[in-house]
Design a protein around this ligand. Structure first.
Ligand code: ATP
Ligand code: LTN
Length: 340
């Protein structure tokens, strides 16, 4: 149990964007698996950040479908709404309200240094980059600070956003008095970065690759087996973990190890004297066996939207109670007059 000195469970918060119909294996191993592991021993809040997803142009019916699909997959992957608070970001208006306050504390240069913004805006070009993409990390900081989170489980690529959140929280506290808990990133080494099967030096990501190297949780076993069997491998014949010289094999070993729970050493041992073909076949089997019940459960949940909406309403009410209290304290600290 992760208890603080006063015997209270530590607070955990994380979020994920509903930008696709399916999460991929990188999302699961880099982030969601930790969410599941942390939900019992902590007071965990997890949200589907639909407002963040507005930074990417999406059709309304697509956004709706993807938001519900995200919730269904999170539950299918092991989040239990009885153990954690699972909600949709836009159901709790305090996220936008605190974001504005934090925007007024963030330097323009400071926001300009966010590497994810630089990468994404460079790709899109300035005319097609919306201001929301620029302020995206500040809304993320609001998501976290509102819940007084101690720990934020995310993948390695989010480290800089957590640093910004800490800086903003500290800045507010020192200017206006102790208001926010300063969170720590919870970034595990194993699984923190799963790479693309076709380009094992780049992270698995749907927005920046053709998709051939991305394992989607909701895809059929046939498609995923094919993708794993066509994964790029390296020169040589041994199945050994060496990220520099054997990035392809190392990536597959990381996936195998994370899904079987065996460490990398034991995983390597399983394939001593075996060839790349056998190895890829075994990885494919492990992935398919792992994902089958997840896909079935998510599809089953999506058959009953009313039930999902009911769970989300309960989540939103629990989240709103915590968030409104922090927002009230923040407004008071700033000298904003309360409505009375
Ligand atoms: P996209 O696929 O569109 O690039 P994304 O995969 O980065 O998006 P996000 O919603 O930005 O998706 O990320 C959700 C969570 O998954 C984050 O905590 C992120 O760190 C983690 N994550 C994403 N890709 C990977 C990866 N390849 N390896 C490990 N963790 C990842
Ligand atoms: N930016 C994150 C998603 C995200 C998030 C958060 C993560 C939005 N709000 C709060 C942790 C805590 C991403 O791209 N993965």
């Amino acid at each position: 149990m992760a208890l603080m000195n006063n015997g209270v469970k530590e607070r955990v918060l994380s979020g994920i964007q509903p930008t696709h119909d399916s999460f991929h294996l990188g999302n699961y191993l880099g982030a969601i698996k930790q969410w599941v592991d942390l939900q019992s021993s902590n007071d965990a809040f997890y949200c589907v950040v639909d407002l963040h997803a507005l930074t990417i142009e999406t059709k309304p019916e697509e956004l709706k479908r993807r938001t519900l699909a995200s919730v269904a997959q999170l539950i299918a992957l092991g989040l239990d709404p009885e153990k954690c608070t699972l909600f949709i970001q836009s159901h709790v208006p305090a996220h936008n309200q605190l974001a504005w306050v934090l925007e007024c504390l963030t330097g323009f240069g400071e926001a300009s240094r966010m590497t994810q913004f630089k990468d994404k805006s460079q790709k899109a070009g300035s005319d097609r980059t919306v201001v929301g993409l620029f302020t995206y990390p500040i809304l993320q900081a609001a998501d976290i600070l509102l819940y007084q989170a101690n720990k934020v489980p995310v993948g390695e690529d989010q480290r800089q956003h957590i640093e910004l959140t800490r800086d903003l929280g500290q800045r507010f506290n020192s200017k206006f008095g102790e208001t926010f808990t300063i969170p720590e990133g919870y970034i595990l080494k194993a699984g923190a970065k799963i790479n693309d099967l076709q380009d094992p030096t780049a992270k698995m990501s749907k927005s920046s690759s053709s998709g051939a190297g991305v394992i989607e949780l909701m895809d059929s076993p046939e498609i995923n087996t094919k993708k794993i069997k066509s994964a790029v491998t390296d020169t040589g014949r041994e199945i050994t973990f060496d990220e520099k010289d054997k990035p392809g094999i190392s990536n597959l070993l990381t996936i195998y190890s994370a899904l079987t729970g065996k460490d990398i050493g034991a995983s390597q041992k399983d394939f001593e004297g075996k060839g790349y073909g056998d190895f890829k076949g075994a990885v494919a089997e492990v992935v398919i066996d792992y994902l089958k019940p997840v896909r079935d459960k998510a599809n089953e949940l999506l058959q009953d939207e009313a039930h999902l909406n009911k769970l989300l309403k309960i989540g939103a009410e629990k989240a709103d109670a915590v968030a409104s209290k922090t927002l009230k304290d923040t407004y008071n600290a700033l000298g904003l007059i309360s409505r009375g």
